[in-house]
Design a protein around this ligand. Structure first.
Ligand code: FES
Length: 124
């Protein structure tokens, strides 16, 4: 059902855990399945310096979060805001159609974390 890349990220997720000194935190959940995700970002000079996540979800959600953290590290906030769930799924080499909503969690959590950072730093 899952390709090797997805399985690798699921079995060995990157950047798991909480960033205690995070500048922005994004939370999201899926009504479809009840899974939730929390994403933490550390920002320096308008770039994502560090990122981590906690996901209580399926394998595709964990793999999507893990992949997303690799995609956004070092990116400018505006660039990171452009990342879509499809981008995450593409980077993973594709997800089964029934599991595409899982990658939404990762993209939404990222966007929420950036918005949280901007709110806290008067950038909105
Ligand atoms: Fe819930 Fe994948 S089934 S996030």
């Amino acid at each position: 059902m899952y390709n090797e890349k997805v399985i690798d990220h699921f079995n060995h997720p990157r950047n798991v855990g909480e960033l205690s000194d995070a500048d922005g935190i994004g939370e999201t959940g899926s009504f479809k399945c009840g899974d939730t995700m929390k994403l933490y970002i550390k920002v320096k000079d308008d770039r994502i310096e560090d990122v981590s996540f906690q996901t209580y979800g399926c394998g595709a959600a964990i793999a999507s979060s893990s992949m997303l953290t690799e995609m956004v590290k070092g990116k400018k906030l505006d660039e990171a805001m452009q990342i879509t769930n499809q981008d995450v799924a593409d980077q993973l080499g594709g997800l089964p159609p029934l599991k595409l909503h899982c990658s939404n969690l990762a993209a939404d959590a990222l966007h929420n974390a950036i918005e949280d950072y901007r709110r806290k730093h008067d950038q909105v």
